[in-house]
Design a protein around this ligand. Structure first.
Ligand SMILES: Nc1ncnc2c1ncn2[C@@H]1O[C@H](COP(=O)(O)OP(=O)(O)O)[C@@H](O)[C@H]1O
Ligand SMILES: [Mg+2]
Length: 241
């Protein structure tokens, strides 16, 4: 469903992403793992059309999308949700206000927004926090708010950039199982980047290993785990076992 062909992205003298080819099937949970600085977030920003690549092409269902602009770009971006390590929520708004924000921007009617926010609160299981301020929430609850907000406009793809990296192991497990459940319920494609092999092992079907801007290994999680071919993959597995 998502296909990257020959993607490169440079920042001044730094080659953040180098000649990456990747195919992500619809409906899967696809992991991208690598050490800090490997180029994961840059690749995700290109894939989610937040940044244009210097070279290469991005396709969604064989439609080229990296060249879109204006309304077409906005429409395509509306089909994507994104969550981050630091949640990126609006401190001036409560839980409901954060979840309704993208719907307000999209110009939905008040009643429609209320109904959708109710659904989303149930979906991520934080109905009792609907009126809470952000400072009253745990990290796991904040990430649930961020997930609800990301899903507000019914996206087809959910991008997760180190979404559990600031959470303790138990909360990490609960957020990962929520993501897995939502993937099934909403027929999402999930692209998840992390530096933690345990996260990949917990929910991903396929994985790509990045090192210094390149994808150096890819395959099913089982294959890469049991028979890592590259030093980068061996390192990541070794460090965390
Ligand atoms: N906006 C930017 N401006 C300059 N350099 C950047 C920018 N974003 C990323 N980089 C650099 O590109 C490389 C890859 O970064 P990044 O994609 O954030 O890696 P990762 O997410 O794997 O930690 C790093 O060397 C980083 O410093
Ligand atoms: Mg990153």
């Amino acid at each position: 469903m998502i296909r990257l062909a020959g993607i490169s992205k440079q920042y001044a003298s730094i080659s953040a992403v180098r000649d990456v080819d990747l195919s992500i099937p619809a409906g899967c949970i696809y992991g991208i793992i690598g050490k800090s600085g490997a180029g994961k977030s840059t690749l995700l920003r290109v894939m989610s059309l937040l940044e244009a690549p210097d070279q290469g092409e991005v396709y969604y269902n064989e439609e080229r999308v990296d060249t879109l602009s204006g309304r077409e770009l906005l429409a395509r971006r509306r089909k994507m949700g994104m969550i981050f390590q630091n949640f990126n929520l609006l401190g001036s708004r409560n839980v409901t206000g954060n979840i309704s924000y993208p719907l307000e921007i999209a110009g939905r009617h008040k009643k429609q927004i209320q109904e959708r926010v109710d659904e989303l609160l149930s979906l991520v299981d934080i109905r009792d926090k609907r009126k809470a301020r952000l400072r009253e929430l745990s990290g796991g609850q904040k990430q649930r708010v961020a997930i609800a907000r990301a899903l507000a406009a019914n996206p087809e793809v959910l991008f997760c950039d180190e979404a559990t990296s600031a959470l303790d192991p138990q909360t990490t497990r609960s957020i990962l199982s929520l993501i897995r459940e939502l993937r099934g319920k909403l027929k999402l494609t999930v692209v998840l980047i992390t530096h933690q092999m345990a996260v990949i092992q917990a929910i991903c079907g396929e994985v790509a290993v990045m090192e210094r801007g390149r994808v150096v290994e890819q395959g099913t999680v089982e294959t890469v785990f049991t028979d890592p071919k590259t030093p980068a993959a061996k390192d990541l597995i070794h460090v965390q076992q």
